[in-house]
Structures are given as structure tokens and as C-alpha cells.
Design a protein around this ligand. Structure first.
Ligand code: ADP
Length: 577
């Protein structure tokens, strides 16, 4: 039954019962009123007339008015006959009175009249008793009916009071809970209102909605699963290892390649914390490190390749860690949700690089002997043991000497570089005087400085403490700075050399007044084989790269400050001994 109908019916019955109660009460009150009125009108009046007639008959012989009073009361009684037998007795009374009128001295007739009056009184008194009994019965039945109707009203009101709030409130509460569940994506939630009322209809609509949502959710889920499988297949078929981590560094996925090189079973890898695995596994530790610590082949820090034993040989991988961020729905701020570690197999390039380095090392080493012999031959030519040279020959010899010096410098750089690349820098770190290093370097560039008529301005702080350095290699770096400064300084220019001390160590600085270096290239000039576009092509592009390796291998730091057109300042710092 519908709630509306239930309410209407309940309240309607209650209303009808209250109406019935009122009608019953009113009808009984009316009946009681009728009964009392009847007694008063019908019987009380007859008793009153009878009493007047009794008095009149007693005085009839002494008082002539008594005849009139009797006749009047009799007449009134004749028009107030209400009870059975009352009419007959009144008729007899009237007959006896008319006989008395004709025969006033008759002694028998007043007695008969009195008997008639007594009979009349008895009839009416009995009628009064009967009517009083009837009124009592009316009162009793009124009491019973009013009590029954009142009880029914009370029971209906009580039933409504107990059931109605629950009938309406409980389904609303259940509905609220179910809506909350749906909002929390629990699409399996259903309402179970069995009735055929409005809540039954509501439950069936709600359940249809939940079913559709569930179906939609499932269809989405299956689609997402298909897409997930597709992406997994794509990642698995990639030739390079790929590992996905969540924001807590838990391994979400690792493709076949990654599993193979890690040497750990997929089941022991997936879902595990990379940080915990890193404690046992060096490779995982190297993978999750934001910066490579330099386990690479050439001691390069930053992005040194990872050396991993894979495919039955040593392989080299370049690692890239990509942070994954998303903007969650309805939010504005980006949220970090994990990382993808991509490994690029660079073994073929590394092999080529090794071949190149070996080739360079061999060639430059082999070149050293013939160049040395050329230089010796030139010295013999200059010493005039082989005869006196004319001016033209002297110039040719000088030019050959310059070229062979340059060749020697280049082969020296190439050899140094091959040492650097194979990780074979042999350092001879000793307590070295910065002044000695400075002197050694200045002596080495003296000739070229003089050739360009350059003024060397030296600002060396006094009493500098010794540094921990490989004297030869540090001087090599300073010479490289000075050679570059001379090369990029104008004719008759100035080069400032500064030695400054601090608590930690000594800074060597070379400042020129040359063309300066564009900010775009300031970090790149320390890369191997890099030359600023448009600069003199006579060099190898290796000098600064080797300098960086030499200084960093000694635990120092190297850098440059420069502005286009304002000259360049190269510096390196070494720690105190
Ligand atoms: P290179 O053998 O070419 O000199 P370097 O590694 O010594 O190799 O220098 C790399 C590049 O840095 C040079 O090609 C040049 O363009 C730039 N460079 C080095 N020193 C200076 C300097 N003092 N002034 C301007 N540019 C310089």
C-alpha cells in the first residue's frame, strides 16, 4: 500500500472514529434528554393533576370551588394520556366524576374516584420507574459505546504514532546510507524495500541506477585493463630496460629486460620496496640513486654509465630517471606519483669509444717517437753541425719547429685524454708549493707570451700554504689556461694571474682581456672535443676537458666566469696540504 494511501487511510479512520465518537455521545445525550423530558412532561404532569384532584375531592363537600378545580384538572389529565391503561383509568375517573355531579351526596363515588386517582398515580409512577430504568440503560450503553469508540481511536492513533515515523524515517535513513555508499564508488550497494509503496518504487529506481553504474564501472574497468595490458605489452617488448616506481619507491612494473639485467625474479621484484631491495642488490641501489655516484668506466660523476653484467658480457647503460607528476581531478597543485627509470643500452657505443680511445692512445704514442726525432734533427740543424743555413732555411726550420711543438702538444693532449677515458690517470699527489706551480707554468708559456708582446700581471698572495697536488698535472692545467688566454688575447694585451689563499686552500686564477665566452657555451667548454663555434680551429677541444678531469681527480674544483667582450676568468681551487 502506498504511503500516501496509508496516511490517508490512517488519518481518515481516526477522523471517522472521532466523528463517530462525537455522534454517539451526542445521540446518547439527546436520548437521555428525551427520557427526562418525557418523564417530566408525561408522568410528572399527570401526578400533579392527580394531586390537585385528590385535594379537590377531599374539599368537594365543603368548598363549592373544588368542583371547578377537579373538573379543570380532569380535563388537563384527559389531554395528557401517555401510558397504556392510563386512558381507560382516566375514562373511568371521568365517568365517576360525572355520576358524582349528578348525585353529590353519594358516599360511594368519592371512594371510587380516589381509587381511580390512586390507580392513575400508580400507572404513572411505574412509568416513571420504567423510564428511569431506560435512561440508566441508555447511560450504560452510551458508556460502553463511547469507551469502545474511544479505545479504537486510541489504538489507531497509537498505531500511527508508533509506525508512521519508522515507516517514513527508516527507508530515508537506508536511502541516505546507500547514496553515501554509491558516492564512495561501492556500486554493488542495493536497497531492499519489498513493499509496493513509494519507497518500493524508489528502491527499484535506485537499484537500476546502481546496476547501471556498476555496469559502467565494470565496462570502464575492463577497458582500462585492456589498455593496461596493451601498455604492459608495449613496455615488455621494448628492448631497453624500464622500471616504474610509485611515490614510495615501491616497484610497480619492470619489463622483461629490466628483470633480466637485475638478476632478481619478477615475483621478488614487483610490489617490493626498491629501497629495501637496494640494501641487498647493488644494481637496484645504483638505479634508484638520483645521481650516479660514478661507478662508470671513466670516473665521470653525474651521468656516468652503469656497468652491468648482462647478455653474458659487461654492458653499459645510461640511466634516466623521469619524475611523474599529475594534477588530480578537481585540484590545482601537481602531485608527485612516482618515477620511471629508463636504461639505455650504450654498449655498442662504448665498444666503439674504447676502440677509438685505444686507437688514439696507440697512434699518439707511436707519433711521439718520430716527432721527438724530428725535434732532434731540427736542433742539429740549428746547431750548425750540418752546415750554415741561410735566412730562408732558418725561417723554414723555425716554422717546422713550431708545427712539431704543436704536434707534440696535441699528441700529449690525446694521450692524456686516452688516459682519462680509460680511467688510467696516474696521480702523484704531493705537498706542492703554489709558487712553484706558478713559476713552472709561466716559464712554459714565456715564449708565446713574448711573441704576442703580452704583459703578464701576477698577483700572488704572500705566504700561501702548500697544496695537495700532482705538481706536473696542475702545472699542465695552469699552462693550458695561460695558453688559451694568450691565444684569445689581443696583441700587446694583458693577462692577470692571481693566487689567493683561504682557510680551505688556494685559488689559481687566469684573467684575460679577450673576446670572452657566450653564456650558452660556458659549461660546454669543459666537454671533450667542444670548441666554441667560430673560434680558432687549431686546438683539439680537449684542453679544458682534461683540465677538469685532472683538477677533479685531485679533489679540487674548476670553473669560468666570462662575459662577451669583457674577457674570461678561468680558475681552479686546490685544498691545502
Ligand atoms: P682548444 O684546444 O680548442 O683550446 P680547450 O678545451 O682548451 O680546447 O678550449 C675549448 C674552447 O673554449 C675553445 O675552443 C675556445 O673556444 C674556448 N676558450 C677556452 N679558453 C678561452 C679564453 N680564454 N677565451 C675565450 N674562449 C676560450
Amino acid at each position: 500500500m502506498k504511503i500516501k494511501t496509508k496516511l490517508r487511510l490512517g488519518l481518515g479512520v481516526l477522523f471517522s472514529m472521532i466523528l463517530a465518537l462525537s455522534l454517539i455521545a451526542a445521540s446518547y445525550i439527546y436520548a437521555l434528554k428525551e427520557d427526562t423530558q418525557n418523564i417530566l412532561q408525561d408522568n410528572y404532569k399527570t401526578l400533579d393533576y392527580s394531586r390537585s384532584m385528590f385535594l379537590a375531592i377531599d374539599q368537594i363537600r365543603t368548598d363549592p370551588d373544588a368542583w371547578t378545580r377537579f373538573a379543570r384538572s380532569l380535563k388537563q389529565q384527559e389531554s395528557n394520556v401517555t401510558e397504556p391503561l392510563e386512558g381507560e383509568v382516566t375514562g373511568k375517573l371521568a365517568d365517576h366524576f360525572s355520576l358524582l355531579r349528578k348525585d353529590p351526596d353519594n358516599q360511594q363515588l368519592p371512594v371510587l374516584i380516589r381509587n381511580d386517582l390512586a390507580e392513575l398515580t400508580r400507572i404513572n409512577m411505574e412509568a416513571i420507574r420504567a423510564k428511569s430504568d431506560k435512561a440508566l440503560a441508555t447511560v450504560q450503553s452510551a458508556f460502553i459505546w463511547i469507551a469502545i469508540t474511544g479505545t479504537i481511536c486510541f489504538l489507531i492513533a497509537l498505531t500511527l504514532l508508533i509506525n508512521l515515523p519508522g515507516n517514513v524515517g527508516n527507508p530515508i535513513r537506508e536511502l541516505t546510507e546507500s547514496i553515501r555508499a554509491i558516492a564512495a564508488k561501492q556500486y554493488t550497494e542495493r536497497l531492499h524495500f519489498s513493499g509496493k509503496d513509494e519507497f518500493g518504487e524508489l528502491a527499484s529506481s535506485f537499484n537500476t541506477m546502481a546496476e547501471k553504474l556498476e555496469e559502467y564501472d565494470n565496462s570502464n574497468l575492463s577497458q582500462i585493463l585492456v589498455e593496461k595490458k596493451r601498455i604492459e605489452a608495449l613496455i615488455n617488448n621494448m628492448h631497453e630496460p624500464v622500471i616504474g616506481l610509485d611515490e614510495n619507491k615501491k616497484i610497480l612494473f619492470a619489463n622483461d629486460q629490466a628483470v633480466r639485467i637485475s638478476g632478481i625474479a619478477a615475483s621478488d621484484l614487483l610490489g617490493k620496496s626498491a629501497v629495501e631491495l637496494a640494501v641487498q642488490n647493488d644494481l637496484i641501489r645504483a638505479l634508484i640513486q638520483e645521481k650516479n655516484s660514478g661507478n662508470g668506466i671513466n670516473g665521470h660523476s653525474g651521468n656516468a654509465p652503469l656497468k652491468i653484467y648482462a647478455d653474458d658480457k659487461e654492458s653499459y647503460f645510461e640511466k634516466e630517471i623521469v619524475d611523474i607528476t599529475i594534477v588530480p581531478t578537481g585540484e590545482r597543485v601537481k602531485k608527485f606519483i612516482g618515477q620511471v627509470i629508463l636504461l639505455k643500452n650504450i654498449t655498442p657505443f662504448k665498444e666503439l669509444d674504447f676502440a677509438k680511445t685505444n686507437f688514439i692512445a696507440t697512434v699518439s704514442h707511436e707519433l711521439k717517437t718520430p716527432i721527438a726525432s724530428i725535434k732532434m734533427s731540427l736542433q742539429l740543424l740549428e746547431s750548425q753541425h750540418t752546415g750554415v743555413m741561410n735566412e730562408e732555411q732558418k725561417q723554414l726550420v723555425t716554422s717546422i719547429k713550431e708545427d712539431s711543438n704543436r704536434l707534440l702538444k696535441m699528441t700529449g693532449e690525446l694521450l692524456n685524454m686516452s688516459q682519462v677515458e680509460t680511467g688510467n690517470i696516474q696521480l702523484n699527489i704531493q705537498q706542492s708549493s703554489p709558487y712553484d706551480i706558478l713559476k713552472y707554468a709561466i716559464d712554459a708559456v714565456k715564449t708565446s707570451v713574448e711573441q704576442k708582446n703580452i704583459e703578464l700581471v701576477v698577483h700572488a698572495a704572500e705566504q700561501l700554504s702548500d697544496v695537495k697536488a700532482d705538481m706536473e698535472k696542475t702545472a699542465w692545467v695552469l699552462i693550458n689556461f695561460l695558453t688559451n688566454a694568450v691565444r684569445y688575447s689581443p696583441q700587446d694585451g694583458k693577462i692577470h694571474i692571481q693566487l689567493a689563499g683561504s682557510d680551505q686552500g688556494v685559488q689559481f686564477m687566469v684573467r684575460d682581456e679577450g673576446k670572452g665566452i657566450d653564456s650558452r657555451y660556458r659549461t660546454k667548454i669543459f666537454d671533450r672535443y667542444f670548441q666554441v663555434p667560430g673560434s680558432s680551429k687549431t686546438g683539439t677541444g680537449l684542453g679544458l676537458a682534461i683540465s677538469k678531469e685532472f683538477i677533479e681527480a685531485q679533489g679540487g674544483s674548476i670553473g669560468v666566469t666570462s662575459e662577451i667582450g669583457m674577457g674570461s676568468t678561468f680558475y681552479f681551487n686546490l685544498a691545502n696540504a
